[in-house]
Design a protein around this ligand. Structure first.
Ligand SMILES: Nc1ncnc2c1ncn2[C@@H]1O[C@H](COP(=O)(O)OP(=O)(O)OP(=O)(O)O)[C@@H](O)[C@H]1O
Ligand SMILES: [Mg+2]
Length: 291
């Protein structure tokens, strides 16, 4: 039998190793990209942020947990020819490493999805600890990455709850339109509930304004509301409406490999820079004894 004292000291050593890993940037930041509103740019953000962060030499895993499989297709992977998907990870317990694939271009890994993933949602509903399946599955691979991005479906369902339970942070893309703020309250309630139950560390990473047009009065008004409510959690970077961003998925590649000089490509590179800087200052604040 293991003496109690040695079990305790081992637990303590594990906590110290995790803390050191966080300070040194060895533990991946898991970011769920979520908004239950459809078509706000979640998938476009996942694909292009993954490629842009990879271009800054960060190691990236993109988890597609949406049965639409758009992040899978936009990463150049044929969703109809998949032998295994994130569904097998969630239902059968197949290791993530056996299911993930490399994106066709862009130097990041993808845990792919297609409509089979709908079955995983139904399956999870009947399970105990049903919100922890994705978190448990990612545990084995998370140390191999600097960031894990999770593309959520446009609903607050068990798949989104699994993503928010696995994540450290949530990136919320917002299209600056009429009633944009109203739509956010359900998501903020869900984040609050998950923080109180399954995942106390969950927090908002940032609010990303997508399909933005500064000439539009409404975009300026919604920006003012967002800044009022979320303060400096609204990313400085805005993603403009840009046709190259809309075209790139049909070629199965991030915009950086479709038209690297486009405004869309430059915006997502700027967002990657902003996120890296934000993460860098969090790490140095932690290293200096901050939170
Ligand atoms: N900045 C942009 N400029 C132009 N088109 C864009 C931009 N961002 C996204 N789009 C287009 O808008 C549509 C919706 O974007 P996207 O699929 O990323 O949203 P989503 O939030 O993931 O949608 P869903 O909720 O269905 O998963 C797509 O056709 C995409 O190509
Ligand atoms: Mg999507």
């Amino acid at each position: 039998m293991v003496p109690v004292a040695s079990t305790r000291s081992r637990t303590k050593s594990c906590a110290i190793i995790v803390a050191l890993g966080e300070i040194c940037g060895l533990v991946a930041r898991i970011i769920a990209v979520a908004n239950q509103k459809g078509g706000v740019g979640k998938t476009t953000t996942c694909i292009n942020l993954a490629a842009s962060l990879a271009a800054t030499r960060r190691r990236l895993l993109l988890v597609d947990i949406d049965p639409q499989g758009n992040a899978t297709v936009g990463s150049g992977i044929d969703k109809s020819a998949l032998e295994r998907t994130v569904c097998d990870v969630l239902i059968e317990g197949v290791p993530v490493a056996e299911v993930m694939q490399e994106a066709a271009v862009g130097s990041y890994d993808v845990l792919p999805a297609n409509r089979d993933v709908t079955a995983a949602e139904v399956h999870l509903l009947g399970k105990p600890r049903r919100e922890f399946y994705l978190r448990d599955a990612l545990d084995d691979v998370v140390d191999n990455y600097d960031y894990v991005l999770i593309d959520c479906p446009p609903a607050i369902n068990m798949l989104t709850v699994n993503a928010l339970t696995a994540a450290d942070r949530v990136l919320i893309p917002v299209q600056c339109e009429y009633l944009a703020m109203e739509g956010l309250s359900d998501l903020l309630d869900t984040i609050r509930q998950i923080r109180e139950t399954a995942n106390p560390k969950l927090d908002i990473h940032g609010i990303l304004r997508t399909m933005f047009d500064l000439r539009n009065n409404l975009d300026r008004e919604v920006t003012a509301q967002l800044v009022d409510y979320f303060g400096d959690r609204v990313y400085r970077t805005v993603i403009p409406r840009n046709v190259r961003l809309a075209e790139a998925p049909s070629f199965g590649r991030p915009v950086l490999f479709h038209d690297k000089h486009s405004r869309g490509a430059l915006a997502y590179l700027a967002l990657a820079g902003e996120i890296n800087r934000r993460e860098g200052s969090v790490l140095s604040a932690r290293g200096a004894g901050g939170g």
